[in-house]
Design a binder for this molecule. Structure first.
Ligand code: SF4
Ligand code: SF4
Length: 342
């Protein structure tokens, strides 16, 4: 499979287009940098199909999808934004149609079934596409699923890569563009494959909890809680789920914004169970056990840190101890000699 030219087929299912809006905010690099080939190694990418960003519309747009299903856009990377409904639950109707061809409706699930058989790789952008997200929230009337469940964790594309998930509602802009970029570089043999965790998230971007990376964790460390929005302090009492959620959103785009850093509790939007428990109710406190475990670990670690910092003082004082004790003994003997009690 020649990879000098790679097409991108970006589908939108049950979504709000938030990930599309987000990727346009990426700054390191920008979407324009990537699509114009300004980044070494990333040239030759073409956004062949994107329902919101492409110029084609109507029949011309649908024809691209049909052509892609017939192999005319190989090699291509399949990107999904939004979840996939279970059309068997739609009765006489349909849940998610993304076009019409020869008088027949193109259902999202049918298009994915076809494209998944010939794509070079597949990337799920946003929590809806990765794990079902908001459309799959209890009671999930459309049977919405993410790509990981729909195709299965064992699925691999033409390049042998498993599904890459970039969760978030929406994900951080630079995460999207950097992970996509790394996947393309890896496909071309110019970078290592991204290491994925059990939820198929790249570890380099989702390896820590928001709590571990939180820009205001100093307030947590010193024990200052916010009890109302606008208060200064850790947002745990206001429902922050950062302690159970892997996310690196310390700032949103170009060094600005972010959730906890701007006073907004983490809602756990990258969590595979979002928006159901344990990430909801949104303003209910996170489960206590992770905090208890962290506090106990923290106490031990702080004791060790304190000891490390106090060690030079101890080391300086220790040689003086024998002399100090001798001096005390001498003083006691002198006191006894004088017939006084100490
Ligand atoms: S509980 Fe939330 S606001 Fe508090 S330190 Fe953790 S992530 Fe930051
Ligand atoms: S900090 Fe929490 S709410 Fe904000 S993007 Fe990350 S997971 Fe989502």
């Amino acid at each position: 499979m020649g990879l000098e030219e790679i097409n991108i087929i970006w589908l939108e299912g049950q979504d709000c287009a938030g990930d599309t809006i987000t990727i346009k905010q990426a700054s390191n690099p920008t979407l324009i940098d990537v699509l114009t080939g300004a980044i070494p190694g990333l040239g030759g990418l073409k956004l062949a199909y994107h329902p919101t960003l492409m110029f084609e519309w109507g029949d011309d747009a649908t024809q691209i999808l049909v052509d892609a299903m017939e192999g005319k856009y190989d090699p291509f990377v399949l990107i999904l934004e939004g979840s996939i409904p279970d059309e068997s639950k739609a009765g006489d109707g349909v849940f998610c149609v993304i076009g019409e061809h020869d008088g027949k409706l193109l259902k999202l699930s049918d298009v994915i079934d076809s494209l998944a058989q010939r794509c070079a790789a597949a990337v799920a952008i946003g929590t809806c596409a990765a794990y079902g997200g908001i459309p799959s929230g209890n009671p999930n009337p459309t049977g919405a699923q993410g790509l990981l469940d729909y195709l299965g964790k064992e699925w691999t594309g033409g390049l042998g890569l498993p599904i890459i998930c970039i969760p978030g509602c929406p994900p951080r802009p630079d995460n999207i563009i950097q992970i996509l970029g790394q996947a393309v570089l890896a496909a071309r043999g110019l970078a290592p494959l991204p290491e994925l965790d059990e939820w198929h998230r790249p570890v380099a971007f989702y390896g820590y909890t928001m709590h571990e990376l939180c820009p205001i964790c100093g307030f947590y460390a010193e024990g200052t809680d916010a009890h109302a929005f606008g208060d200064t302090g850790c947002l745990g009492a206001l429902g922050c789920k950062g302690i159970i959620t892997n996310c690196n959103n310390t700032t949103w785009a170009d060094g600005y914004g972010g959730c906890t850093g701007t006073g907004v509790p983490c809602f756990g939007c990258t969590h595979p169970d979002f928006p159901d428990a344990p990430t909801s109710p949104f303003f209910a406190k996170a489960p206590a056990m992770p905090f208890i475990i962290e506090n106990m670990k923290g106490m031990l670690a702080h004791a060790e840190m304190g000891f490390e910092r106090f060690k030079p003082v101890l080391e300086a004082l220790l040689p003086l101890v024998p002399e100090f004790i001798e001096d005390l003994d001498r003083q006691m003997e002198e006191a006894k000699d004088k017939g006084r009690k100490i």
